[in-house]
Design a binder for this molecule. Structure first.
Ligand SMILES: Cc1cc2nc3c(=O)[nH]c(=O)nc-3n(C[C@H](O)[C@H](O)[C@H](O)COP(=O)(O)OP(=O)(O)OC[C@H]3O[C@@H](n4cnc5c(N)ncnc54)[C@H](O)[C@@H]3O)c2cc1C
Length: 512
């Protein structure tokens, strides 16, 4: 049973990509029995971006929230479980050529102290094991191609994300939303009609009457048809320290044993993703067009995938990296690529989509309407999330130790770091307690201390080992054999991804 005020509003969503259908489902689920009327308009001729196949655990929270079960949605969307992301060849430091960024596990609490202790010792020059992977259960699970869900007798849980076919997930969410009362209008929007003071009143469509509404949601993708084109909300580019603006995409066949991690491999002018689905592997190369032509990028990706002689067609995309100055302006909210995009290195776009929509609904419910009382605070919070994700992504580039191309050299020399990122790097490098600085909110980050430690230690961002240095007394206090044995025994409770994906058919209850 729902609580709160009635939402007697007609909401018009423009765009039927993943952002549009997530928004429609979230709103019909929360406000469906409180008088809300939702119409989603999508052009049959303008496609969706059709990429975006990896998620964070936020997608699971969303699907749980709207009551969609894994056994229902995962098979038709060709989805797999994701423990985290492996970063390969971002660092050239011996022993640190790859590392894993895990989603959180309740088991982490037993290894974090040892991991953090050793990274501190290593920052002080002690010769200890400070690579993150050995302390991480989910790194081990990913290496073994095991899924993130334990057997019944294991009392600890892992957070996890998914890999999925973006097109199929969009269609799946569309069907759910329609079945729950969202009106779906396939039509191309040709004009945005505004009242004299600037609010949007209706959207003109190619055929038929304009579609009126009280509130409009722009999910029209990079074009930002409402918020950018009509309402002229400025876009703030992140190009000064995120150089990548293009991608080329090429699918390959699935391996017999399906992986349970995204793999992100640094190439000459960017990085390639590898996302295992049940029917194929999604691959793409995200690169900077200032350093590499589309043709060269495709050739490099083909070479990397062993597809130089293959006639599988590649798809090329442009990316607009940055964010809007405000995401909620007048009677319009932007969600998805229309509100901004940070390149997909940590697969954060749908995370921001979900957070934006749920944060918005909370403000509306708390303030009792769409009048805009909480708008400034809302915009600040969404902007904080964008900046925080940007800082974490920028750290991957600025810390790289590759020197094979001007692209990597210039990334490492970037001077455009935010004060927060500068401070994080300073605290780490000077051997202070970064974890405490983040937890005490002295530094604002949407990433946990463990995520930062994995990144910084995973790159081998340490001084040279100095046996006589201050950290020498911290030497070898942690018995790594104990850590290894603990992680090994925990991993015995998890099944291979392939097995986990064999969902038992639903039991049908007989009706009399
Ligand atoms: C290379 C790349 C990799 C990515 N990887 C990830 C990832 O791993 N994880 C992740 O979370 N995200 C990722 N993303 C982002 C993710 O793809 C998007 O956030 C997500 O798909 C949502 O897109 P969207 O719905 O905002 O826009 P789109 O998919 O572009 O949808 C736009 C919709 O608007 C409609 N439309 C536009 N104009 C009109 C009009 N005039 N009239 C009617 N309809 C109109 C279109 O028909 C379409 O339905 C990636 C993005 C890129 C570019």
């Amino acid at each position: 049973m729902s609580t709160g005020l009635d939402v007697n509003k007609s909401i018009v969503i423009l765009g039927g990509g993943t952002a549009g259908w997530i928004t429609a489902n979230a709103m019909i689920d929360r406000w469906g029995d409180r008088g809300v009327d939702i119409t989603l308009i999508e052009s049959p001729d303008i496609g969706t971006v059709g990429v975006g196949e990896g998620s964070t655990p936020r997608l699971k929270l969303f699907l749980d929230d709207i009551g969609v079960e894994e056994r229902e949605w995962m098979p038709p969307c060709k989805a797999t479980y994701k423990n985290g992301i492996s970063f390969v060849n971002w660092s050239t430091k011996p022993g640190f050529e790859r590392y894993f960024h895990p989603f959180a596990s309740q088991v982490d609490r037993f290894t974090t102290t040892a991991f953090f202790y050793n990274t501190l010792a290593r920052r002080k020059g002690a010769d200890v094991h400070a690579h993150p992977d050995r302390y991480s259960l989910t790194a081990r699970l990913s290496e073994n191609r095991q899924g993130p869900i334990p057997g019944e007798n294991f009392p600890f849980e892992n957070d996890y994300g998914y890999h999925f076919d973006a097109q199929l997930l969009g269609e799946y969410l569309r069907d759910i939303a329609r079945s729950r009362g969202v009106r779906h209008l396939p039509a191309r929007v040709t004009g945005v009609n505004q009242a004299p003071e600037g609010d949007i009143t209706s959207l003109s469509i190619e055929q038929g009457d304009p579609v009126e509404g009280d509130f409009f949601i722009d999910c029209s993708g990079f074009r930002g048809a409402l918020i950018q084109q009509a309402l002229k909300v400025p876009f703030r580019s992140f190009a000064e320290n995120l150089f990548n603006d293009s991608a080329v995409v090429l699918p390959t066949g699935q391996a017999e044993s399906i992986g349970s991690q995204t793999v992100s491999t640094a190439l000459r002018y960017g990085w390639a993703w590898e996302i295992p689905l049940t029917h194929r592997i999604g691959n793409g190369y995200v690169y900077s067009s200032a350093f590499c032509s589309a043709e060269d990028a495709e050739t490099e990706l083909r070479g990397f995938l062993g597809l130089l002689d293959s006639d599988v067609e590649a798809r090329h995309l442009k990316m607009n990296v940055g964010r809007l100055e405000s995401h909620w302006h007048r009677n319009c909210l932007a969600v998805g690529l229309s509100q901004g995009f940070i390149e997909p290195l940590e697969a954060t776009a749908l995370n921001i989509v979900c957070n934006t929509v749920y944060r918005f609904m909370e403000v509306i419910d708390a303030d009792g309407g769409f009048g805009g009382e909480g708008r400034n605070l809302f915009n600040d919070k969404v902007n904080d999330e964008f900046e925080s994700v940007r800082d974490y992504i920028v750290a991957h580039y600025v810390l790289n130790s590759r020197r094979d191309t001007a692209y990597w050299v210039q990334n490492a020399q970037s001077q455009n770091l935010s004060p927060t990122l500068r401070r994080i790097l300073e605290i780490w490098a000077s051997g202070q307690n970064l974890s405490q600085a983040i937890e005490s909110k002295q530094l604002r980050s949407s990433y946990t201390p463990r995520s930062w430690y994995c990144l910084l230690a995973g790159y081998g961002y340490f001084p040279d080992i100095k046996p006589d240095a201050a950290g020498a007394e911290m030497q070898q206090k942690i018995d790594m054999a104990d850590v290894d044995e603990f992680v090994r025994r925990c991993a015995l409770n998890f099944r291979p991804q392939n097995e986990l994906l064999r969902f038992a058919p639903r039991a049908h209850t007989k009706t009399a």
